[in-house]
Design a protein around this ligand. Structure first.
Ligand SMILES: NC(=O)c1ccc[n+]([C@@H]2O[C@H](COP(=O)([O-])OP(=O)(O)OC[C@H]3O[C@@H](n4cnc5c(N)ncnc54)[C@H](O)[C@@H]3O)[C@@H](O)[C@H]2O)c1
Length: 257
């Protein structure tokens, strides 16, 4: 069984990525803190082999439970996608210690715990691919997101470190850095009045949001041991050119046909 473990797979990018990996022949293990029953039903209706475990990725006992499940179902995952994450839009001076801690726990401690628990099994088999879902906010600052930015910059640091430590033992570790995607997270963030569709579309050289499928394709590429066999330690922007473009706004808008 070729197993892919995807966190935050009950909705959004995690569900879209799971569906794509299933179409590429992976057996899926979905992890989420919310019930993944609807996602499981959708995937199975599309012909996927999929199971789910419910828990908090920031919990060490949950990481151990996942590792035990994987051990009992073939010994090691081929792929781990650390996708689950939470957003926090708050001026730095208003961010509490508790908010900061929770964002760092979910977005950075969680990927570390699961990479360690499932990485040990991959290392024993000397093969595996870990893909971390960071963000353009891991490559550049977006105001009012101190904790989120720090967590995603940290995730890129973790990606590089694990790539350096584990590459020679057959385990590749990479990251994707999406721009804004139309998912439930975006709906919730826009609901707070933080930004509008136009703010994002005007800032992106390709003049649109990312589709979940755009990002899922990049994840599937990095997950694939043949197609990305010698790619290790990269943080791949999937952002329509956002971080590449330092143009001021009026100049960027002049480029629109
Ligand atoms: N939506 C965007 O614009 C965007 C842009 C860049 C990066 N990202 C990143 O992409 C990833 C997926 O985002 P999305 O837009 O699909 O978000 P989403 O909120 O739609 O889905 C996130 C999923 O993760 C789960 N989750 C959250 N905390 C968890 C925890 N502690 N344990 C287990 N599961 C947990 C949620 O229940 C949910 O199912 C995140 O890491 C996010 O930071 C999103």
């Amino acid at each position: 069984m070729k197993l892919a473990v995807v966190t935050g797979a009950a909705q959004g990018l995690g569900l879209c990525t799971s569906a794509l990996l299933a179409r590429r022949g992976f057996h899926l293990l979905l992890l989420d803190r919310q019930d993944a029953g609807t996602a499981l039903a959708q995937l199975r209706a599309e012909g996927a082999a999929a199971e789910a475990l419910c828990g908090d990725i920031a919990s060490e006992p949950f990481a151990a439970e996942v590792a035990a499940w994987v051990d009992a179902h073939g010994g090691a995952a081929e792929v781990l996608v650390n996708n689950a994450g939470i957003s926090l839009i708050r001026p730095a001076e208003e961010t509490t210690g508790a908010e900061w801690r929770r964002v760092l726990e979910v977005n950075l401690l969680g990927p570390f715990l699961l990479s360690k628990a499932l990485g040990l099994q991959m290392l024993a088999r000397r093969r595996g691919s870990i893909v971390n879902v960071a963000s353009v906010a891991g490559l550049a600052a977006v105001s009012h997101r101190a904790a989120y930015n720090a967590s995603k910059h940290g995730l890129i640091g973790l990606t590089r470190t694990l790539a350096a430590e584990w590459g020679a033992r057959g385990v590749r570790v990479n990251a994707v850095c999406p721009g804004w995607i139309k998912t439930e997270m975006d709906v919730e963030d826009q609901g707070s009045g933080a930004y509008s569709d136009a703010d994002i579309i005007d800032r992106v050289p390709m003049a649109r949001f990312a589709r979940p499928e755009d990002v899922a394709e990049a994840i599937a590429f990095l997950a694939d041991s043949e197609r990305s066999a010698f790619v290790n330690g990269v943080s791949l922007p999937v952002d329509g050119g956002w971080v590449a473009d330092a143009s001021w706004e009026s100049l960027r808008l002049k480029t629109r046909g």
